[in-house]
Ligand binder design. Sequence first.
Ligand SMILES: Nc1ncnc2c1ncn2[C@@H]1O[C@H](COP(=O)(O)OP(=O)(O)OP(=O)(O)O)[C@@H](O)[C@H]1O
Ligand SMILES: [Mg+2]
Length: 401
Amino acid sequence: MPVDLSGPLLSAFKKAKREYEEAMKKGDMETAKKKALECSRILKQLSKYDEFNRESYLKKAKKWESLAKDIESGKIARKTQPKPMREGSSRPDRGESEVESEEEKFKAYVRNNLIAKSKVKWDDIGGLDEVKRLMMETVVIAALQRPESIQPWKGILLFGPPGTGKTLLASAAAGSLNATFFSVKASNVLSKYFGESAKIITALYEVAREEAPSIVFLDEIDSLTTKRSGEQSEASRRMLATLLTELDGFQDKKSDKLILTLAATNTPWDLDEAVLSRFPRRIYVPLPDEKATKEIIKINTRGLDISRLDLDAIAEESVRRLYSGRDLRNLCQEAIWNMIREENRDLHKLASLPFEELRKRSLRTRPLEMRDFEEAFKKIKSPLTRKDIERYEKWAEEFGG
Ligand SMILES: Nc1ncnc2c1ncn2[C@@H]1O[C@H](COP(=O)(O)OP(=O)(O)OP(=O)(O)O)[C@@H](O)[C@H]1O
Ligand SMILES: [Mg+2]
């Protein structure tokens, strides 16, 4: 077995990266190129020590290599990250951005800010068996070799009450495919980039094509739609129009690159026809039933002894209280805290100890008891009512599928 050098290599990488950034700031392109190549070399070495992250290191190494090439060819002239624009301003701030093409600048923004790493696996999601199956099928069909006439869904809409696992499902889809995962909240892009948000969307899909297989996750898609507010700004109207064009674009191209767009919303009834028609596959992500509740509790108490719990009773009470997956996670955390506090009564007194001292001690635990949960139930309230649920169910019946 080779000696594990990943620690020192990581520091070396960080140093090289820092030097690269400094060189870029100064406009010293020769050094920047050298440092980019060094980063690439170190990442390749790192890939030998870390089996689990091998692919990801190699991918990053490639990116540094092409960065060095772009510097050499003059494609990258100076620092690439765009600055947030002032609200209402329709053009980028003057200064360093002038040198470089606008398109590259927005793509750099996408690369630096909207790519998320997903380690979520299908197993981390409790219940939702049917939803998981549908999504797995879609993802697999999209990835498989297939005759031209069989076209996978390009877009899937996930709708349901808050905290039911929509974001989790999107992450699991990306994690399982090892796809590049772009996570976008419309409201964030709008508030930061206002006038330029449509360009971010164009750049987003451009980068998604380059980095395919890709999963683009559009959270809170309802915030873009016209039905919601009459005074919807020009910026969000343009952003939506661009998004719809991008979604249509893929439908025509006979590209075998997988780019799957997943959109999520808590208020599907706010979506207008223009959006809905781009997402013919609409999946209802409901509150967990008793079986799913038990699974979610097990996921959230991993590593602890739960043999003394009456899971059926906890599940029954949770369902009665309309708990979502998020509420269940909070419930478990509360219950675990109750146990920890009881077992480590002098915990707060340790606060004055130095970190090194603390590292030597360990937390006392014991099996979770029903009383831990009974206390926790008092603290967790679902924001939902029966009526809310009926509204989702009705919408699912009418428009879901
Ligand atoms: N089905 C589930 N299985 C396991 N954990 C879950 C499940 N649903 C929710 N959770 C827990 O709740 C957290 C929040 O879930 P998630 O962010 O996926 O909800 P969401 O549906 O996207 O909510 P929102 O509509 O508010 O964005 C998760 O990080 C996870 O800890
Ligand atoms: Mg979410």
